[in-house]
Each structure stands twice: as structure tokens, then as C-alpha cells.
Design a binder for this molecule. Sequence first.
Ligand code: NAI
Ligand code: MG
Length: 491
Amino acid sequence: MDQSGTITKTKVTGLPGDGIGPEVFHATQRIFEAAAAPIEWEMAEAGAEMFKKGVGTGVPRETLDSIARNGLALKSPLETPVGFGGKSANVTLRKYFELYANIRPVRELPGVITPFSGRGIDMVIVRENVEDVYAGIEHMQTPSVAQCLKLMTAPGCERIVRAAFGLAEAETRKKVTCATKANIMKLTEGMMKRMFEKVGPEYPDLAQDHIIIDNCAHQLVIAPEQFDVIVTSNMNGDIISDLAAGLVGGLGIAPSSNLGDHAAMFEAVHGSAPQIAGKGLANPTALLSAGIMMLRHIGAFEAATKIEQALFITLAEGKNLTGDLSPRGHGVGTDAFTDQVIANLGRSSNLPSRDYKKFELVAWPDLTAHTEPNTRSLVGIDVFIESDLSAQELGQALEAIAQDTPFRLNGISNRGVQVFPPTGGQTFLVDHFACRFMFKNPIPLNASLANGQPEISYLVQRIGAKFTWMHIEKLQNFDGKDAFERPQGEG
Ligand code: NAI
Ligand code: MG
């Protein structure tokens, strides 16, 4: 409310989207209006129609400008057309606005019967949304070997970990679990685990634990009620958040938010459901729930709870549910369900709304993130070579090449397993060898980062005269610690 006593409305970019999108969007708008939610819509376009008009990203400039201005969007599903247009419009929006925190609440809903009903599942999955293998940095290394770079960054880990702790506090939750594959990927996944352990003590009121992601998937099915907030990297989170949504009734009811420093976008987890589009059959629960998350995001807690309770009681009473939630096909259409939610505004269900407080992401300084260790040195290089020689032949050839250089051949690995010197293991070979050369004397880099360049050029030139190399990785040591992993089987 402003000083004159009128309710100030927050402007939101509305994207009705494709397929069932306009139907569930309209339903959400009607319920918001009936509940006097303090929102003013600025409607915009994105998705299939835009691809057809030749907008390659699926998101026209006016839409980006609208979201940038308002900092808020409620988005219906956008189709990723097959055949024309390339990138997904959803991914365009997430990356353009650096919406790095994907928040996916998973709560058992009254009246939505699943094999897990009655166990009180109520958790939030906080998924890192822009890094990891989803950066999409891929290269063919040889005609038969593909590579995808899994980039995880310290600031990327820190901000998602802080988002999880901040959210846990705002929702008065008790525990945050970090789920990673740090046991295998010690540097990338391990970075998230280490960041979780570093930042965690700043939140002494929250219980904290770490779980290996595959066991997390197992525990989500065996004992899902143990989880409260789970924070995880992009690919892990993609998979377990769908799994978790499945525990409470599936995609038709699952909402999510995508938060960044400059914008927040709220959406259903499901897609455009082309099979039922235009028939008035879609369940608007997921998008409506995303809208409720948005109301809480802007601090409109009262309107959020009012709508949430009307939704809960509508589901609990089981009258006028859409087909996907009705046993034996006695479902009603989107409009009748929406009417029922509107009729229930002002009533309370047996399932109380959680006690929410305002939650804001920690703002990051707008500069290139850089960390400088106290000491750094160059200890060697990995040269990735394409060859159809045996490991033994290649090893002997490279040992000869390294003679009279400042390097010695430390070993060769194939898909991460040491194959030279031989270990006796049974390794299937492909034409892509990682050949590790160590400096006979490590080179300090603090004095000049250019140190080591002539030595590397000399070695690579000698290798290149005989072999096709694909890429080179420097092997560094930061603050006395090796900044690289060893292949499987290295002694
Ligand atoms: P989908 O989520 O559209 O459909 C999966 C199944 O769930 C279908 O049987 C569908 O009828 C049902 N369903 C989904 N939402 C429903 C609702 N609200 N009410 C009742 N039933 C519902 O997934 P699909 O078929 O893989 O994708 C269709 C299109 O949606 C594709 O073009 C895809 O790229 C896009 N998509 C967009 C997303 C987004 O905008 N965030 C997310 C996922 C897919
Ligand atoms: Mg997914």
C-alpha cells in the first residue's frame, strides 16, 4: 500500500506461451484477479510463433526489454520447435538474464493421491541453472571421440549454496543437504561440496549434510520425507528435481522459479502438452503455483496464502479436478477447475501454508570474478594426441621426443585410465591419448605468467612433427596443491 492507501501493483511480464500455455495462463490470471493479487500484467510474446516469424532465439527484443524493465516474468511453457529455429527459447531466457538459481518446491498436495501419499513430503530442490555440462561447450576430439567440458566455478558454487541457505532461512526450514558426485569428480563436483562446507558455518541454525547424488536419488525414493532443502549442480538437479516432482504427482502440478540478480522468472515445470492443447483440459495447478511463488517473491504473502489455500482445498475436496488428477476419467475442464478455485478463495484447507519471509539472493559485484593464489607454478602439460598406435608404441615414441627437452613423459592415459607405463589392466583403447609431460624442474609462475611458454612450444612442436595433437592442458600447482587430477591406475 502506498501513502494514499491504494494498493501498489507490481508490473510483471506475462508470457502465455505455446500449446496449453495460453489456457493455463488465462486461468492463473483469472484467479489472481479474483484474489486481488497486486499484479499488473505487461503481456509479451516468446516461443513457437516467434520462431516462425524468424526470431532465431524465439524471444524478440521487446520481450527481453520488458523482462529487463520489470525484473519479473510469469512464463507458460514454450515449445522448442523441431526443424526450424535452433536454441530453446527457455534456455535463451535463463542464460540472457543469468537466472542461476532454479528453485523447485516439492510438496505433497492434499487430494493428489500417489504411492507416497501420507508421508508428508515437503522439500525444495535448489538447482544450479547455468553452469556444469549445460554450458554446452562440446568438441569432437577425433572422429570417434566427443568431449563436453564440465565447468564449475567458485562464484557459481558459492552463489547457489548461499541461495539454498538463504531460502532455507526464509522458509523456516531446518536442514540443507548438498548432493554431489564429489567422490568421482573431485575438482568440479568437489568444488560445490567444499563451498558448501566453507559457507555452511555462517548458517549455524540450519542442520547441514552432504550426500552423494546417486544415493540421494535412492533416498528420495526410499525415504523422501528426510529431505528439506537440497542444493546441487545443474545436471544432478535436472534429474533429481524431475524425480522428486514424480513423488508428489508429477509434472502437471510442479512449479519452479528461475532467479538471478537482475530478474526472476516463474514457470510450470511441464511443457506445452500439444496433445491436449486447445481442448480446455489442461491442469493450471503448476503455473498457478509458480504464480504463488512469484507473489511471495515480491512480498505479497497474504495474496499468495489466500490463493494457495483455495487451491489446496479445491484439490482436497476433489470436486471439479482436471482429468490428469481424476481417477477413472471423471475430470472437468480448465475453466471449471478455475471457477472452483475462485469459489474457494477465502477458505482454508487442513494443510497450512508454510511460514515464508522475504528471500533475496546475495548480490554479486559486476566484475570479472578472479582469484589469485599466493603461489602458483607450472608443473607440466597434458597433450591430447590422436593416434592409432598401441600405448606401448606411442609411449616409446613420446619418451624419445621428450629427451633433450625440459620435460619427461610421466605417463599416458586413455579415457582417464593409465595405459603407459602398462598397469596390467584390461583397457579398451580409442584413438585419443592424454599424454602427461612433467617439467623436470617446475616453473614458478608468480614472477611471470609467460614462464614456461618457450619450453611448451618446443615440446609441442616436436610432438606435432610426428603426431596430430588436439588440445593441451597446463598442469598447475596452486598454493602448494596440485590443481589437476591423476588418471585411474597411476601409481
Ligand atoms: P509436456 O510436459 O508438455 O507433456 C508431458 C505429459 O504431461 C503429456 O502427457 C501432457 O499431456 C501432460 N501434461 C503436461 N502438462 C499438463 C497439464 N498442465 N495438465 C495436464 N496434463 C499435462 O512434455 P513434452 O511432451 O515432452 O514437451 C512438449 C513441448 O513442451 C516440447 O516442445 C518441449 O520442448 C516443451 N517444453 C517446454 C518446457 C518449458 O517451457 N519450460 C518444459 C518442458 C517441455
Ligand atoms: Mg529437466
